[in-house]
Design a protein around this ligand. Structure first.
Ligand code: AMP
Length: 189
């Protein structure tokens, strides 16, 4: 059973590439952004809390996010592997994930980093905003999210490098090319 973190800035293609990996390997996919958006759509208390952060381009507090992640993970059942998409986003979340998996006899097997230049990220997200219906896919919130990524999430690159888990791939070009680069890493695990 493999635990794989797919990592990158907003708009780097984590969701798109996760879907391709799920199809190829039969892994399960945890997108914390999707989990939160489902809570919002369902009108739960958690959704109401999450919305105030998401619409403002900010991160949900670590403690709450870690609790949500553990509960989703434990609800997955038997699987060949799990892809974590959008989690961890801070060093405390990465530490909590490591601890959570260790308690269950596992570990993060790889962190797959999608590298995309910032100008391309903005362009992709603005384009996505035309059809995604996501309140946070507007240019002002996109800039905030990229700033949050740089300050709070990008430090995880060094963190996972230090753990010996980081594998960076070029996150632009054709979907097939990017997918092939990710599969090469997974096949070598
Ligand atoms: P995403 O769909 O991954 O781009 O996530 C959309 C929004 O959900 C983010 O901008 C955050 O507000 C929130 N979110 C998703 N995952 C996390 C996380 N691991 N920690 C904190 N906030 C998160």
């Amino acid at each position: 059973m493999k635990n794989i973190v797919i990592f990158g800035a907003p708009g780097s293609g984590k969701g798109t590439q996760s879907a391709l990996l799920v199809e190829k390997y039969g892994f399960k996919h945890i997108s914390t952004g999707d989990v939160l958006r489902n809570e919002i759509a369902g009108g739960s208390e958690l959704g109401k809390t999450a919305r105030t952060y998401i619409d403002d381009g900010k991160l949900i507090p670590d403690e709450l996010m870690i609790e949500i992640l553990a509960s989703v993970y434990d609800g997955l059942g038997q699987t060949e592997g799990v892809i974590f998409d959008g989690f961890p986003r801070t060093i405390p979340q990465a530490e909590a994930l490591k601890e959570m998996l260790a308690k269950r006899g596992g570990q993060v097997d790889a962190m797959l980093e999608l590298d995309v230049p910032e100008a391309m990220l903005v362009e992709r997200l603005v384009e996505r905003g035309k059809t995604s219906g996501r309140a946070d896919d507007n240019e002002a919130t996109i800039r905030k999210r990229l700033d949050v990524y740089t300050r709070q999430t990008a430090p995880l690159i060094d963190w996972y490098e230090h753990e010996g888990k980081r594998h960076a791939v070029k996150g632009y070009g054709s979907l097939e090319e990017i997918n092939a680069a990710l599969c090469a890493v997974i096949d070598a695990l």
